[in-house]
Design a protein around this ligand. Structure first.
Ligand code: F3S
Length: 407
């Protein structure tokens, strides 16, 4: 790895033992991937969930804190295992809560922006072409696809030295030649799409593209930010798609930074509406009664919260079937100010922050069957938490919560 004069000085210990260790780790990591140099990064999004970090992650944080290190670039953090409200009926194993709280404290000492949400782009949206280093698969997809900024998929743990140094090895998606599409996916019959369609199409895109970069044609020209991020979240969950280009929609295509000749893409797939039914069947794993309804994977935006409040107007959730809505503290505060929160809570919904359906220890709860409109959550919850899942539209989720049984 070619180091600058400043980096050589850091390696010699001029800036203290924390930055030196961070540089050593980043160089080792970069060499594995054939990086030639480190590049400056504008921000980091780091892992906040004990289930991702484990004891090794805690030890790494402890080590950097003991060396007096601090984050140099704006660093946000993904959802924790514990909600800000701490009201979820979980009974995690002994020591779990203490370890998660220690993780919170260590990140605070290092200087994290405590958003505890998978929506760092609401805190510091990346600029076109800018390099960042973010964990969280849907945020990575959004950085690369919607914003046209650049991040690789980070291994959990390497985000910490990246934030301490404000640098990251240049490889993979940081290099323009690795951002070109390899696969063509044509959507046929999708002139109008609801949110579940975006999730289902994303799920199929992930299966078809695996970890390759697809070029998607046929999405509605008026697809919204929330729809695009839902598609990317599902594609990153069913496959490992860190970047997709979509005709007329994604940043590098719109700005002409990537020029695509679809005729030259050798691998080609077509997705039709008939394919979506198979997704709904595949992601619904049980015929059992639902005992929890979850909305908000990824964490909801202000537009989505307001839409939910409109849909719930004049309706009330059954007392026997909780409706949990996940968002960030920032969005919840906006909802408090504009009256959205009061409307949702009056309807009996719980608006939760700080954690999410997947990072909280749902395994250690009374819930067995969850209904959700998120293809990502539906894909992950059975494997990670052993839950039965019913994958359904937002409206069907709400009807179920109101009826108190599967609608
Ligand atoms: Fe966000 Fe948790 Fe879903 S981190 S994307 S709400 S799994």
């Amino acid at each position: 790895m070619d180091l600058t004069r400043e980096e050589v000085a850091i390696l010699a210990g001029d800036e203290g033992p924390g930055p030196r260790l961070a540089l050593e780790l980043l160089c080792e990591f970069g060499e594995i991937f054939g990086a030639r140099r480190l590049i400056p990064i504008a921000s980091v999004h780091t892992a906040g969930h004990l289930g991702s970090l484990h004891q090794a992650g805690l030890d790494l944080l402890e080590r950097f804190v003991s060396l007096g290190a601090r984050y140099r670039v704006p660093t946000t953090i993904n959802p924790s295992s514990l909600g800000c409200e701490r009201c979820e009926p979980f009974t995690p194993p002994p020591g779990y809560v203490e370890k998660q709280e220690r993780l919170h404290r260590l990140h605070e000492i290092l200087g994290v922006t405590p958003n505890w949400s998978c929506t760092p782009y609401f805190e510091h949206p990346p600029a076109f072409g800018e390099a960042v280093a973010w964990i969280e698969s849907h945020a990575i997809s959004l950085v690369n696809s919607y914003f046209g900024a650049r991040t690789e998929r980070l291994a959990i743990g390497i985000d910490v030295p990246a934030a301490i140094l404000g640098r990251f090895p240049e490889f993979g998606l940081y290099l323009p030649e690795n951002r070109v599409p390899r696969i063509l996916i044509d959507l046929v019959g999708f002139e109008r799409m609801d949110l579940l369609d975006y999730d289902s199409v994303g799920y199929l895109v992930g299966l078809l593209a695996r970890d390759q970069i697809p070029y998607i044609r046929g999405l509605p020209a008026r697809s919204t930010f929330d729809q695009i991020r839902s598609l990317g979240a599902a594609a990153a969950a069913s496959g490992a798609v860190p970047l997709y280009h979509a005709e007329g929609l994604t940043a590098e295509v719109k700005r002409g930074a990537i020029r695509v000749d679809p005729a030259r893409l050798a691998e080609r797939h077509t997705v039709t509406r008939a394919d979506l039914e198979a997704v709904e069947e595949r992601l619904t794993t049980t015929a059992a009664e639902v005992d929890l309804v979850i909305v908000g994977c990824p964490h909801l935006s202000i537009d989505q919260m307001q839409d939910l409040a409109r849909r719930m107007s004049g309706r009330t959730c059954a007392e026997t079937l909780p409706l949990w809505i996940y968002t960030s503290s920032r969005i919840k505060e906006e909802c408090r100010k504009d009256g959205t929160l009061a409307l949702l809570e009056a309807a009996g919904a719980w608006v939760l922050t700080g954690t999410c359906a997947v990072t909280s220890p749902v395994r250690h709860s009374p819930f067995k069957t969850v209904m959700t409109n998120s293809a990502k959550a539906a894909n992950v919850l059975p494997a990670e938490h052993g839950l039965g899942v019913v994958y359904a539209s937002l409206e069907r989720c709400l009807r179920t919560a109101i009826a108190g049984r599967r609608a």
